[in-house]
Design a protein around this ligand. Structure first.
Ligand code: TTP
Ligand code: MG
Length: 405
């Protein structure tokens, strides 16, 4: 029996949550990401802003030049998290087979739910409930597999509802540009273009060997996708595979003390989330982007796991010092991530009896921060950032949380 899979993705999510909270923003070019005179990129743009060419990932200053009337918002991550939870709760009412694929998107396998209506009717009901209860707009794609459902929901945006009948996958995909395939980024797109391949249909009829020789298993995957073949199940999520935070600076910097203070702040963010999830990490990854946009990651793994800010920070600083002793370009972005997560781990005993004491301290700080906000308390190491925190407007997003699962 053919499966029936929905992919549901909210339109202009961050911006739409802001609009639901402040209706005067509706119908206007709005961007979430920060002020245009600061560095950073557009996280979400309203469809009115997109008319001017504004897109996610674009530097804020560029967005401003395209449309100076745009309303720029810092954003409020807690509001987005709350909206996301309510959104997922609505979806869970339609089928237990739910796989969140980000804050604002999910797959839902509704095979066997015919008693409750056709897939199209169920998708319509989801859209109605999301609109009524959350004042948000969901775009939905319906197909026999995940990849086609996702491309279908994208293709109907905004406010889309696109159903691809079983057997029609190839015909539906054929005219679309190859970049519509999940995983095909600019680099792959450019390469395929050199082979004369612009549409998914052209990729689909290419002999598998050709694409396999160039791209290996990734090539096989996109070739299957191009043919509407995707056997992945809709899976309820496992636990997060990694937790990370990163930030782009207002100005490129080589100031070691400042870099360490920011790193400390990011490590505390990551540590707090680890402790909240009751987990430990074995691997610490530092990410740096230099002023010339070269991006490097440096990794450190230990047999023993930790959830202590101090230990994460110590590892991060070591990686930072190693990295800075190589290339001496100013740094544009810094990030820290932890992975190799375990639910119960032995504390790093490198610091003898300190871990336990540090654990108590971290937890005491977590309690204060949960009550009064993250920046209500600063450790000596982040005092340098006091000015930045003091200048914060509203719920300023200093760092971008990773959604990696
Ligand atoms: P998307 O679903 O990719 O984007 P969107 O919901 O703003 O717009 P649409 O789906 O209508 O095309 O991402 C969901 C949210 O994730 C988005 O509102 C903001 C956040 N996000 C970032 O923080 N950084 C990014 O680079 C992207 C693409 C999204
Ligand atoms: Mg979206």
């Amino acid at each position: 029996m053919n499966r029936r899979i929905l992919h549901i993705d909210l339109d202009a999510f961050f911006v739409s949550v802001e609009q639901a909270l402040a209706p005067e923003l509706v119908g206007k070019p709005v961007v979430v990401g920060g002020r245009p005179d600061r560095r950073g990129v557009v996280a979400s743009a309203s469809y009115e802003a997109r008319v001017f060419g504004i897109r996610a990932g674009m530097p804020l200053a560029h967005a401003y030049r395209l449309c100076p009337q745009t309303i720029f918002l810092q954003g409020s991550f807690s509001a987005y998290r709350e909206a996301s939870e309510k959104f997922m709760a609505i979806l869970a009412d339609f089928s237990p087979c739910l796989e969140p694929a980000g804050l604002d998107e999910a797959y839902l396998d509704i095979t066997g739910c015919e008693l409750f209506g056709t897939p199209y009717q169920l998708a319509s009901s989801i859209k109605e409930r999301v609109k009524k209860e959350l004042k948000l707009i969901a775009s939905v794609g319906i197909a026999i597999c995940k990849v086609v459902a996702k491309i279908a929901s994208d293709s109907g945006k905004p406010d889309g509802l696109v159903e691809v009948a079983a057997g029609q996958e190839k015909d539906f995909l054929a005219p679309l540009p190859v970049a519509s395939l999940p995983g095909v980024g600019e680099k792959t797109e450019r390469y395929l273009k050199t082979m004369g391949i612009k549409t998914i249909g052209q990729l689909a009829v290419l002999p598998l060997e050709v694409i396999k020789n160039r791209f290996g298993s990734f090539g096989i995957m996109i070739h299957h996708y191009a043919n509407g073949i995707d056997n992945r199940e809709v899976e309820a999520p496992g636990e997060a595979k990694s937790i990370s935070r990163e930030t782009t600076f207002a100005e490129d910097t080589l100031n070691g003390a400042f870099l360490k203070a920011i790193l400390r702040y990011l490590c505390e963010r990551v540590g707090a989330e680890l402790r909240q999830d009751g987990r430990h990490a074995r691997t610490i990854t530092l990410k740096l982007r230099y002023s010339d946009f070269e991006t490097i990651t440096r990794r450190f793994s230990s047999k023993e796991s930790t959830d202590a800010d101090e230990v994460i920070f110590a590892g991060a600083v070591r990686l930072l010092e190693q990295a800075l002793s190589g290339k001496r370009n100013p740094v544009r972005l810094i990030g820290i991530g932890v992975s190799n997560l375990v639910t119960y781990g032995r504390q790093l005993n490198l610091l003898d009896s300190r871990p336990q004491r540090l654990g108590h301290l971290d937890k005491a700080i977590d309690r204060i921060r949960n009550k009064y906000g993250f920046t209500s308390i600063q450790t000596g190491r982040t005092l340098l950032l006091k000015d930045i925190f003091d200048k914060r407007e509203g719920d300023y997003i200093l760092e971008t949380p990773s959604l990696s699962r």
